[in-house]
Structures are given as structure tokens and as C-alpha cells.
Design a protein around this ligand. Structure first.
Ligand code: GCV
Length: 694
């Protein structure tokens, strides 16, 4: 037995290639012996004061973590509440103080004590404690923490046939054919990972929803997943197809004001609770991109949402109703659609309804100004919807760390007093419900997320959903320490790469606030020339509006009035092209190619400088990455090195496509020192065409 243990320790030391499946919960032996000693001297046993299944789960997680990190098996002992001596122990116990999901930890060089009012709070406290050790932090500290937002949720866009809409990490993790009889052990890993960052809700299926998920056959399967997630404090939501009463229930209509329809939803809701007693509620995409909804019956979004809320009246669950709606109007501005449709409904939603709004007004572009609905709905709780999966952000081949983007939106000021985060949290308008959601980037890939660095985006989303005041750098540092290395120079280099990755990506794709110029349908790579699609607002020319004079979408009165949807303070920040944040310039202004910017360059020159800098920065990222060879896990290293090569090729693809296309409008030369590519516009158009071949 002893020999086996030594072998295990040796493997740990030699650090075998890692397939990434353990995410940030690696628990590999801490390399520095002196550092290990600090912890092993202090923590010799785990003392559990209240023996409940939830606390046992936390104690076992702690034991597994310490065994791996310190290389010694720490025993768990169960003691009564009146234990007096807790020397050399980590004590886990319930207390009457604090909030439901919060916890406190006090530690010194003799012991540590993790306390919470609830079992789940103790699990969160335990993961926070483990995180401290994974980050080699001091044993002496006091920490009291609780989540700022109540529902911290992943939205899976997983389909009943096992595909994932906008998924870039394999197929669905939910193996529908096998469920519920066979439970994939990966589901437990998934639950642990989520609990470790405080995620407490999961919507299980695509918002472009199939009614299949409401059949008894599928409810049994969803129950199978819910049962695995429950001990980790995670509630399950279902995305519903609004037409289900008709398609599934055989009713004549799905009109939300029809009594038979209302009864159908009530009965269905009761049936769901028979399978999943702690059902989280419904997530709904209605009257958007072809999905059915209340407007099909001349009713409003509030009528639809309130009907579902009424069905949940006697339950804990809530209705999350998405505001991602827009009409095909060539003369309109998609930017304003959701605002205009929902604004008259402010104050008419049932108290169990939260309206979920994407971070920006268009559609998860790499950089969007915050959605103007935040701050303009004092009578409706608004949920934040981020996209963790990188539909428009390099999918699984570009290294793009998203925490800075999440932060940019959350930290945006809606007026002189409040930030977007405070609106979502409910501090501004005092709502009892608050929700923050991220469209998940997980799939069946061994490492869960395709690009190994995309794990960091899942991690960052969870950490910010728990506490939006954390900095992107701190989160990147934590994740790197837990996933890749403790060596300060290595950590600094990786954090630096992560921090610079989004600005670099934006340079070669959407500089100066350009948006929505990606390939049609697949949304991969550039297609700024796209001028005909199923709808005008699915084209690129609708957004960049390039012409012989200039480029950009004037939303300051000339092309639309969208800027007027914001508070006076925000309007004043963005309404003048001379002072508008350059990152948002083309979102609000159409400027002459020769317009002089605050940088001293003309619009054309500045755009080109950025487009040409982008790929060079990717090359610099590659050199920086090469220096890490041998210093981090080899499988992780090789995987990223390969993807960086693809990223470089595709950064040039973006650059060349945008330069070659826009130059025919501006008719201007490249700024000094920049060399035109040898390929033609037709060459780059051909690359995109491949994606439409059958
Ligand atoms: C689930 C974008 C995506 C769609 C997605 C939609 C939404 O349009 O391309 O795949 O559909 O957003 O958020 O509903």
C-alpha cells in the first residue's frame, strides 16, 4: 500500500501530461516542499461538527484536495458541537449567522474554521479554502463572503439530438439516450466545477427549444441530471417552446390568455415538480428568430411570461424571459428593438419574472456598449446574459480571455450613480430576484471546452457572477495557479497573455467599434462584404455602412436615435466623435475616412494600423508561449501552441479581408510602413465560401 502511495506521489511530481479533464480542480502535489510543510504542519485532520450529507460532501472534497496538494491523507473525524480543542484541524460547522449561501473562514497557524448557515454555504466555503491553498496563500486570514447575485446560471444551448448550438467543444454533455439509467461520472465533475465557483443554476437545453424536453420521457432524463446536480446546490431550469400546448398538448392554441392553455402549463408545471421538486423554472426565447411566442396571438411578452409565472405561483421557481428580440426592418436599427418592445411593459411583469438581457444591444459582439435596457427599467428585474461560448470570439481556435469583456459591461456606469452590475444585482431598484447567466462553452471534449484556455472563461464567469468586483487579473492569476503553475514568472507571463488577448483579437476583427462583419450563418471568420441575407440585419453592410465618404453607424440622430436610449451622462460621453471612447466609435458615429482622431491619425489610418497590428501581436503571443515550453504541462502546451498557429493564420485572414474590402471604398493608401498583402479580395472571399459548401 505504502509503495503504491510513493508511486502515486512520484507520478504527481513528474507531472504526467494532463488531458485537462480536471479543470482547475487539479489538486496536484504542491511542488515546493517548504510550502507543503506550512500547510501539513497546520492541518492534520478535518473535523466535521454536523454530520449531514452536504457537509460530508464538503469534507470529502477537502480531504481529496489536501491529499493531492500535500501528499498526505488527512483523516476526517466527526465530533459533537461542543468540541473544545480544534488544534491542527480544519473545522467545518454550521452556524446561525450570515446569509444562506455565504460563509466565513478564520485561520491561523494552528487551525482553520469554515462556517456557514447552510450546507451549500459550507461547500462554497470549502472550495474557497481549497482555492487559497491552490494559490499558496497564508494560513492566517479571516474571510467572510457571500454572493452578490442570487441566481448564477449557465445556459446550455444543447439540443435533444446531442448537438450544441454554437458549441465548439464536441457534442452535448447530456447523453440523452443513456439517461437516466446511466449517469456519466463526468456529470459529477461538472457539478463540482460549478460549485467550486458558485454557479447554482443550469438551464439544460437550447433556448431554440424543442417541446421534447417537456415529455415524460425527457423529464425522467432531466430528473437524472437534476439528481446529480442537487447535492452541489445547482437547480435545473428548462427552456421551453412556447407552442408546446399545441404541439405537445394537442390544444387548438397556445394563446397565453386562453384558459385551457393556462391549465395546460399549470398541469405541466406540477408534473415537472413530481420529477424535480426543486425545479428552478423556465427560460424562454419567444418571438425571436422564428421561435413562437405570445405575439403570435396578438399578446405581449408580459402576457406570455406572466402566464408561466402563474403556473409557478405556488412554487419556488421563476420565469426568465429573454429580451433578445428584433424585427426585420431595413430602416430600423436592431440596436433599439428590444428596448422599444419591452419598455412599454416595464411594471407589468409578474413578480416571478426576470427579463434576461444580453450584455450588449446586438448579439454578443466582441465589444458592445452595454445594453441600454440596463438602467431604463426601474420596475422590472433584469438579468444579465453573457456568452461564454465564443460564437464571435474565435470559437475554439483563438485565445481570448473574456473576463475583461464581462467586466467592461458590469462596470459600465448607467448614469452618475449606478453601474450595470448594480442594476443586475438589484441594489438600484431593490428587487428580491437577481440573475446572471452565461451561455455555456462546455461539451463532450475531454477538456470540456475545446481550447484549453476557454476553461478560464467558464471559471471567470462563475467568479464574477459570485463577485463582480473581482479584477480580471486576479481571476486570471487564480486560474493559472490552480491549472498551470505556481512559478511566478510563468504565472505572470500567462496572466499577461490572457489580459492582452481580447484587445489583440479586437484589433484584427472589429477595431474602433466595428461590429457584425462575420461569416454568414457559421459566424466564423470575416465577411464584411455580406450584403444579402435572410434579413437585412443579418448582413454586414447594414452595420458598418462603409461608403466612399466614410464608415460607421451614426446612432446619434442621422442613421438612428439609439444613443438617446441611454441616460444623459452616457449620451454626453459618447455623442461627440472627438471625445467618444475609440472602442465604441463606429457604434455611434459615421465618420469620414479622413476624419482626424484623438490619436492624431485619420479614421482610415487608425483602422489599418490596428488591423495590421493584430496579427503581429498574435505572433508575439506565439513567441511568448514558446518560452513556456517545459515549464507547464506538455499536453496543454502543445494544444495551445497548435491553436495559436491557426489563430495567426486567421488573424491575417481577417486583416486581409477587411483591408482589401474597405480600401475599395476609401481609395486611400496604407499608412507608411504597412505592406499590402499579396492575395486579392477574391482570394479571401473564397476562404469564406468554403464554409457554405455541402
Ligand atoms: C440560440 C444568436 C445566435 C443563435 C442564438 C441566438 C440567441 O443569434 O447566432 O444561435 O440562438 O443568438 O441568443 O437566441
Amino acid at each position: 500500500m505504502k509503495r503504491l502511495f510513493v508511486f502515486f506521489m512520484l507520478c504527481n511530481f513528474l507531472s504526467f501530461a494532463d488531458d485537462g479533464s480536471r479543470l482547475w480542480l487539479k489538486y496536484d502535489l504542491i511542488k515546493s516542499e517548504s510550502q507543503r510543510k506550512v500547510y501539513s504542519k497546520t492541518y492534520k485532520k478535518i473535523v466535521v461538527l454536523n454530520q449531514t450529507p452536504g457537509i460530508e460532501l464538503a469534507a470529502k472534497e477537502l480531504q481529496e484536495a489536501l491529499t493531492g496538494l500535500l501528499g498526505t491523507k488527512i483523516p476526517i473525524s466527526y465530533e459533537s458541537n461542543n468540541v473544545t480543542s480544534s488544534k491542527k484541524s480544519i473545522v467545518l460547522g454550521l452556524t446561525d449567522l450570515g446569509s444562506e449561501e455565504g460563509f466565513s473562514i478564520a485561520g491561523d497557524n494552528k487551525s482553520a474554521r469554515i462556517e456557514s448557515k447552510s450546507e451549500i454555504g459550507l461547500l462554497y466555503g470549502t472550495f474557497a479554502f481549497i482555492r487559497r491553498i491552490q494559490n499558496l496563500e497564508s494560513t492566517t486570514f479571516q474571510l467572510t463572503d457571500s454572493p452578490k447575485v442570487k441566481v448564477r446560471m449557465l445556459n446550455h444551448w444543447d439540443n435533444a439530438d446531442g448537438t450544441v448550438e454554437r458549441g465548439y467543444a464536441g457534442s452535448s454533455m447530456w447523453k440523452w439516450p443513456e439517461l437516466p439509467e446511466t449517469i456519466d461520472p463526468r456529470l459529477i465533475q461538472y457539478a463540482r466545477a460549478n460549485a467550486s465557483i458558485g454557479i447554482n443554476a443550469v438551464s439544460i437545453n437550447n433556448v431554440n427549444a424543442s417541446s421534447r424536453f417537456l415529455t415524460p420521457e425527457y423529464l425522467r432524463k432531466i430528473k437524472g441530471v437534476a439528481d446529480v446536480l442537487r447535492p452541489y446546490g445547482i437547480k435545473v431550469f428548462i427552456s421551453v417552446n412556447f407552442k408546446s400546448p399545441k404541439t405537445l398538448g394537442g390544444l387548438e392554441t397556445s394563446d397565453p390568455l386562453d384558459e385551457s392553455v393556462r391549465n395546460w402549463w399549470l398541469k405541466k408545471t406540477n408534473e415537472i415538480h413530481d420529477y424535480i421538486p426543486d425545479f428552478g423554472g423556465y427560460l424562454v426565447k419567444a418571438n425571436s428568430e422564428g421561435e413562437p411566442g405570445p405575439q403570435d396571438y396578438g399578446r405581449t411578452h408580459a402576457d406570455g411570461a406572466n402566464m408561466l409565472a402563474a403556473a409557478l405561483e405556488k412554487r419556488d421557481g421563476i420565469v426568465i424571459w429573454r429580451a433578445f428580440v428584433y424585427n426585420a426592418d431595413i430602416n430600423g436599427d436592431r440596436f433599439q428593438e428590444a428596448f422599444n418592445q419591452f419598455k412599454p411593459l416595464d411594471g407589468s411583469f409578474h413578480e416571478k419574472v426576470v427579463v434576461q438581457v444580453k450584455n450588449g444591444p446586438i448579439d454578443f459582439m466582441p465589444r458592445e456598449p452595454f445594453h441600454p435596457m440596463f438602467g431604463a427599467f426601474p420596475k422590472t428585474p433584469l438579468a444579465m446574459e453573457f456568452q461564454i461560448t465564443q460564437e464571435y470570439l474565435g470559437q475554439s481556435t483563438h485565445l481570448t480571455y473574456l473576463a475583461p469583456m464581462f467586466k467592461e459591461t458590469l462596470d459600465s456606469k448607467i448614469d452618475a450613480n449606478y453601474t450595470v452590475a448594480e442594476v443586475v444585482e438589484g441594489t438600484k431598484d431593490k428587487f428580491p430576484i437577481s440573475v446572471i447567466a452565461g451561455v455555456a462553452n462546455t461539451g463532450s471534449d475531454v477538456n470540456w471546452t475545446g481550447h484549453p484556455f476557454n476553461q478560464a472563461n467558464w471559471y471567470a464567469f462563475g467568479r464574477l457572477a459570485w463577485d463582480y468586483s473581482l479584477s480580471s487579473e486576479q481571476i486570471a492569476k487564480e486560474w493559472t495557479n490552480m491549472t498551470l503553475s505556481h512559478e511566478p514568472s510563468v504565472v505572470n507571463s500567462i496572466v499577461d497573455l490572457m489580459t492582452e488577448s481580447l484587445p489583440t483579437y479586437i484589433k484584427y476583427t472589429y477595431p474602433l467599434g466595428l461590429h457584425h462583419m462575420m461569416g454568414e450563418g457559421h459566424h466564423y471568420g470575416p465577411q464584411p462584404w455580406l450584403e444579402k441575407s435572410g434579413r437585412p440585419d443579418w448582413t454586414s453592410v447594414y452595420y458598418h455602412r462603409a461608403d466612399a465618404k466614410g464608415i460607421g453607424f451614426d446612432r446619434n440622430g442621422k442613421m438612428s436615435n439609439a444613443l438617446s436610449l441611454y441616460s444623459k451622462e452616457v449620451q454626453n460621453k459618447w455623442n461627440n466623435p472627438a471625445t467618444c471612447d475609440l472602442n465604441y466609435l463606429m457604434w455611434f458615429h459615421h465618420l469620414d475616412w479622413t476624419y482626424k482622431l484623438s490619436t492624431g491619425n485619420t479614421v482610415w489610418d487608425e483602422l489599418m494600423i490596428r488591423y495590421f497590428q493584430g496579427p503581429e501581436e498574435v505572433k508575439a503571443m506565439q513567441s511568448q508561449w514558446e518560452k513556456l515550453k517545459g515549464k507547464i504541462d506538455s499536453e496543454f502546451f502543445d494544444n495551445v501552441a497548435g491553436r495559436l498557429k491557426t489563430q495567426e493564420r486567421e488573424a491575417y485572414w481577417w486583416r486581409d479581408a477587411c483591408y482589401l474590402y474597405f480600401k475599395d471604398f476609401s481609395k486611400l493608401p496604407l499608412p507608411n510602413g504597412l505592406k499590402a498583402p499579396s492575395r486579392t479580395l477574391e482570394d479571401v472571399k473564397n476562404i469564406e465560401r468554403i464554409y457554405h459548401l455541402r
